[in-house]
Design a protein around this ligand. Structure first.
Ligand SMILES: [Fe+2]
Length: 500
């Protein structure tokens, strides 16, 4: 369909072709076996857990922004070539209060509750903090948690998707907001993340959470006047890097403006982007590197090169207008000039404070993923969603070879895929019964192994008003199988695969 902006009296509201993925899904179902086309690899056993917004109205009122919708978990279980599916809302405080009161009750990313005068005064001193954990799924502490950008991860049962309650950390670390994208070190299994604590003197806190622990160990803290909005951060095997994009907030304004959270942030491109680099072990602040103004939600990966420089790849934008395009009204309508990300490589000069930036690939990428064994290390492949047809949001899946910039893609007209999760093929047993080391063997085997596996993506088939789990060969992006849910699922954000 033609994407048209604006309204015409008496005619149907223009709708983007993917708008069926932005409607509320109220049903919670359990489907033992989905119809499968093709063949699911026999080694693929486990569960793909997905998270995303799934209810966009409460009572008479709708949420404003795609990031505001109430969280729903989806589980695709794979075993013996069969695929089962179930979904459940996260019973967060935001969800339970919305159900009980019949109205939006907590402040979200782009929506505030409607307060009367008294309520607004009270909320100024004690704003109701959302725990609507709709962004990601992470193995955390002793279990699984749904996460958003407030530090209130919500535990759930990965088999039933039943909500178990907020994770209680066993420490005194304080923060107002965080990222739903912690990094897991592939060697130790430790998680690394950061908090921003808004106060008269605001601070970033970087921390480590050992595998299986609920005690966050503070690695470093840094005072900041105007904290930046950072949806994710970068980690190498040596460093943690906060990329302070010049979308910044005065914390006092955040408390007193009465505006929804993200509307308090200001774009100040004159600041440039400040890369704050910290030693991952000692916490030493290695320095501040200043680069061109840009904005990003997602870092792709980062590593230390042979000269000791931090190299980081990201899905970047020239400015933060993308946030405005993701308001539901605009997103559902469809916008022909929807911003496309640029795949950038950024290198911090190891001998100074300069920054080199170059286009890594002409292929745009969003919701990027890598082989998790390469997190923080030199790597070769990134997978993600992409935009192919202008105004069609994410309508393709792509693979980029970051060493050459070459890319390949999967595209089907009328299909809108979500974040692709890479699942490595288990290593073959040797004749001695030992699994070969991931990085061992002859020269070249490491690179060969990096894309040896499958990609799992949940795809909206807009014409059929259904969604399907797509299994692609991660090396070639050829389709191996699809398993179809008999209705459309809302477009989601992030997820993870856990083997069984
Ligand atoms: Fe994200």
């Amino acid at each position: 369909m033609t994407v048209v902006s604006g309204r015409t009296e008496g005619l149907q509201e223009p709708r983007a072709p993917y708008a069926g993925g932005l409607e509320s899904l109220d049903r919670e179902v359990e489907l033992a076996s989905l119809p499968v086309e093709g063949r699911i690899p026999s080694w693929l056993r486990g569960t793909l857990l997905r998270n995303g917004p799934a209810r966009f109205e409460v009572g008479e009122r709708g949420y404003n922004h795609w990031f505001d919708g109430l969280a729903m978990l989806h589980a695709f279980s794979l075993s013996g070539g069969e695929v089962g599916y179930r979904n459940r809302f996260v019973r967060s405080g935001s969800y339970r209060e919305a159900e009980a009161k019949g109205r939006i009750s907590r402040a979200e990313f782009g929506t505030d509750p409607c307060f009367g005068l008294f309520g607004r005064v009270m909320a100024t001193f004690r704003p109701p903090v959302t725990d609507n954990a709709n962004i990601n799924v992470v193995r955390l502490a002793e279990g699984f948690a749904a996460m958003t950008e407030t530090p209130l991860p919500i535990r759930f049962d990965p088999r039933t998707l039943e909500t178990l309650g907020v994770v209680n950390y066993d420490d005194a670390l304080k923060g107002t907001i965080t990222t739903a994208h912690p990094h897991r070190d592939p060697e130790t299994g430790d998680l690394y993340s950061y908090l921003t604590d808004f106060s008269l003197t605001s601070r970033y806190h970087l921390y480590r959470l050992a595998a299986g622990s609920r005690r966050r160990e503070r690695i470093a803290s840094m005072e900041v006047q105007r904290p930046a909005y950072m949806h994710s951060f970068a980690m190498t095997a040596r460093d943690l890097v906060l990329a302070e994009f010049p979308l910044v907030v005065n914390p006092v304004r955040l408390l007193t403006s009465g505006e929804p959270f993200i509307r308090n942030y200001r774009w100040e491109p004159g600041r440039g982007t400040r890369f704050q680099v910290f030693d991952r072990v000692s916490g030493e602040h290695r320095g501040t590197w200043r680069g061109p103004a840009l904005f990003a939600f997602h870092h792709i990966n980062a590593f230390v090169d042979e000269e000791g420089a931090v190299v980081m790849d990201l899905a970047g934008y020239d400015d933060p207008r993308i946030i405005d395009f993701l308001y539901l009204e605009s997103l559902r309508r469809g916008e022909p000039d929807f911003p496309r990300p640029t795949t950038w490589r950024i290198r911090l000069d190891p001998g100074g404070d300069g920054v080199e930036r170059r286009v890594l690939s002409e292929q745009n990428i969003e919701l990027p993923r890598v082989n998790e064994s390469r997190v923080g290390r030199p790597y070769r492949y990134a997978w993600g969603t992409a935009n192919r047809v202008r105004g069609h949001f994410t309508d393709a899946l792509v693979k980029i070879d970051v060493t050459t910039g070459e890319a390949s893609s999967w595209y089907r007209e009328g299909c809108f895929p979500g974040e692709p999760v890479f699942v490595p093929r288990p290593q073959e047993k040797t004749a001695q019964g030992e699994a070969p080391a991931m990085d061992g063997g002859a020269a070249g085997s490491q690179q060969d192994a990096e894309d040896d596996g499958v990609l799992l993506s949940v795809v909206l088939d807009a014409r059929a008003s259904t969604s399907f789990l797509l299994v692609l060969d991660a090396a070639t992006l050829s389709e191996e199988a699809r398993a179809t849910v008999p209705h459309a699922l809302p477009l989601g954000f992030h997820g993870a695969f856990y083997g069984s």
